[in-house]
Every structure is written in C-alpha cells, then in structure tokens.
Design a protein around this ligand. Structure first.
Ligand code: PLP
Ligand code: TYF
Length: 396
C-alpha cells in the first residue's frame, strides 16, 4: 500500500541545520535556523530556567497527567503576559488559553478548531512568511493565500499594499499576522500601522490570528505585545499563538499556548470545550515539564525579574551583533550598504543575498543561510562576525 507514497520534500530550514552539523569545516557559521546562541556559540540554559528546574526537582512531584487544557498556573500566566496584568479581557473571562506543543502546536490546534467552525476555511499569510504557516493551515483544510508585505525594491514593508489587500478579503478570512519580530524579514509594523490593521480587520469582519514566537526579542516583553494589546482593546474576536521556545531557550520542551479571545464568557466557555475536543483527539493532553518551568517563572516576581534580565541580555547581544555586522561590512568596503540590518527586529534579517550568493556562502565559506537570503543574526558572535562579513563581501 505504500507504493503510492511520494517522497515529501525536506523542510528547507531544518534540512540546512542538519547539513551544518555534519560539515567538518572549523570556521563554519550556522545562520540558518532561528535559534539564539550565546557569545560562545552555544544554545543557552537560562539562569531563570536553572532556578525554576531546581525548585521543581525539590518538590519531587510525581509525573501525573496534566489537564487537557494544560497547567492552570501556566495558562493564566500566559494571559497576563499577552494582555497585561490588569486586562479587562482577563477579568471578564473573555479569553481562553490552552497549553500547546510550542508555537507550532498552538497554530495547529487553532487551525483545526477554525476549520471546524468555518464553512469554507480560507487563510492568508504575509509574503513572505515562515513556511510552516502555509503547511499547517493547508493540512487543516484551509485554502491559503498571501498578502503583500516585503517590498524587494525598497527593502521595506509595502504597508499601503498590505492594507488594500486586507480590505479586499472575504468575511471570516483568517489573517495570520506576526505580532513582532517578523520571520523572515525582521520588519515590523509601527503601532500606528497596527491600529489601521485592527480597524480593517474589524470593518471587514476578518479573523486575526496573531503568531508571537519572539516576544521579548524586539524591544521588550511589554513593548512586543503592543499589537496584541491593540486587538484586545478593539473588542473583536481573535486568536494568539505564542511560543516560549526562544524566549526561555526551551526549544525541545515544546511549550507554547493558544489563546482565543471571544465576545463574552459564555462564548469563551463553549470555545474552550471545542479546543479541548481537538486536543483530546490529537494527543490527549500536553507534556508537563516546560509548563512547570514557565508557570513557576510567570507566577514568581523574583524569577520573573530574572527572566526579564535574561531576555534583555539576549536582545541586546543580538542588537550588538547587528551593529557589528553592518560595521564590519562597511569597513571591508562591501558593495552594498548593510545599515538596514541594524533597524530590523528579532532574530532574523532579510539580507538581500540571492540564492546563488547563499549557495556560494555555504560552498566556499561554510556560512549557512536560508535560500531566501534570510540570516539568523542571533547566531553571530564576536568570534565569527568578521569572518561572516568577509564571506558576504566576497560573494557580493
Ligand atoms: N511561528 C514563527 C513565526 C516561528 O518562527 C516559529 C519558530 O519556530 C514558530 C511559530 C514555532 O515555534 P515553536 O518552535 O515553539 O513551535
Ligand atoms: O524559522 C526558523 O528558523 C524557526 C525554527 O519547520 C524552525 O522558526 C524552522 C523550521 C521549522 C520549524 C522551526
């Protein structure tokens, strides 16, 4: 029966990451996958995670099942992080949150839920976007289109085109939006532009689905929630998929959450029951360890302050690396001005390198970037930034 199974294409980013691991070259640099590395080139074990794990160990609790919707102290902490401590949405019980298998799992549960609710499910993603957005929504039965975002000629967002495109959508189209630190471009909307997006979504009865996988990597935890807070204030229904993979450096623990904002608490209670039905038929209930760590931190003022500090360190190191890369390229007299790298947010930069240049970077220098020209600036460090700049200068 498996004769009919075709060879499925590899995930381009994860494939590159695997190829990097087996590359024997000493000076190799991995700018492919979105993983934050320290100055020493290692994925960090955050101080705050170590402390939280110590507490969990001391408790010595048995490994029981979690509720279908996840650890309650975790999900309530997530709501505060997304909407703010004093959010009216929380007080009015309009939002429901379920723990998920990373941000990916949140998108998947959300997509499955929406596919049940919508008669002809249609979704739209930014051009370009994280490719898994398309895969997840298509597999859930959606027809997936795109809206203009990145303008190649200017290297900026084409906001008027984006807004016009949203205005032309059918009612109940699911609009997937990167709440901060856009993957792959590093270009975010301003708060004024977000206000206009909120207005269009409300006027055209669209269903915003905000993906926030890098909260804290742009300008700070509160600042990066600006778009979410604007949607929350608008009174419309929307969804949020959030991830702690990057912000806690807990990639392998698969910890995130899906939040659905409803019109009232009665609707919210029905939506929660539907989300639980989706989860039950998929994996029954979520894994506990990551939720215990994040839950501890979100509910302990001291650990919370430590997390803010850990995140600040990561965020500022990335900013420094953006500065260094642009400066190194300038000093080398590169053919192109890379100052734009310093204005982009989060882990990524759309470098403008062509697929041929990206190929040469890998073949000749062992510098791995994504074919689209996306580079992960969070894997640069003082030890490899100059080499990376020299390689880029050469292939230009
Ligand atoms: N959404 C975006 C935009 C991402 O870049 C990622 C990165 O992995 C995710 C979602 C999913 O994150 P997770 O690893 O938590 O599933
Ligand atoms: O875009 C990235 O690099 C991260 C990590 O299928 C990632 O979001 C990449 C591909 C993938 C899952 C995660």
């Amino acid at each position: 029966i498996f004769d009919v199974v075709a060879q499925a294409p590899e995930d381009p980013i994860l494939g590159l990451n695997e190829a990097f691991k087996t590359d024997p070259r000493e000076k190799k640099v991995n700018l492919s996958i979105g993983v934050y590395c320290t100055e020493e080139g290692k994925v960090p074990l955050l101080n705050v995670v170590e402390k939280a794990e110590q507490k969990i160990l001391e408790e010595g609790a048995p490994h029981t099942y979690l509720p279908i919707s996840g650890l309650p102290s975790f999900t309530s902490g997530v709501q505060k992080l997304l909407f703010g401590e004093d959010s009216a949405l929380i007080k009015d019980k309009k939002a429901v949150t379920v723990q998920s298998l990373g941000g990916t799992g949140a998108l998947k549960v959300g997509a499955d839920f929406l596919a049940q609710v919508l008669p002809n499910p249609e979704a739209i993603v930014s051009a370009p976007t994280w490719q898994n957005h398309v895969a997840i929504f298509e597999q859930a039965g959606f027809e997936v289109g795109s809206y203009p975002y990145y303008d190649k000629a200017s290297g900026e967002i084409n906001f008027p085109a984006m807004l016009e495109s949203l205005k032309g959508l059918k009612e109940n189209t699911v609009v997937i939006l990167h709440a901060c630190c856009h993957n792959p471009t590093g270009l975010d909307l301003t708060q004024e532009q977000w206000a206009q997006v909120v207005d269009v979504c409300a006027a055209h009865k669209l269903i915003p689905f905000l993906d926030i996988a890098y909260q804290g990597f742009g300008d700070g935890l509160e600042e990066d929630a600006g778009a979410i807070r604007q949607f929350a204030a608008s009174g419309i229904t929307f969804l949020v998929a959030n991830s702690f993979s990057k912000s806690f450096s807990l990639y392998g623990e698969r910890i995130g959450a899906l939040t659905v904002v409803c019109h009232n608490s009665e609707e919210a209670s029905r939506v929660m029951s539907a989300l639980k039905a989706v989860i039950r038929a998929n994996y029954s209930n979520p894994p506990a360890h990551g939720a215990k760590i994040v839950g501890q931190v979100l509910n302990d003022p001291e650990l919370l302050a430590q997390w803010h500090a850990d995140l600040k360190e990561m965020r500022e190191r990335i900013k420094e690396m953006r500065r260094d890369l642009a400066d190194e390229l300038k000093a080398l007299g590169a053919k192109k001005d890379f100052e734009f790298v310093t204005r982009q947010k989060g882990m990524f930069s759309f470098s403008g390198l062509t697929p041929e240049q990206v190929q040469r970077l890998k073949d000749e220098f062992g510098v791995y970037a994504v074919k689209s020209g996306r580079i992960c600036v969070a894997s640069l460090n003082k030890g490899n930034v100059k080499y990376t700049a020299e390689a880029i200068k050469e292939v230009l």
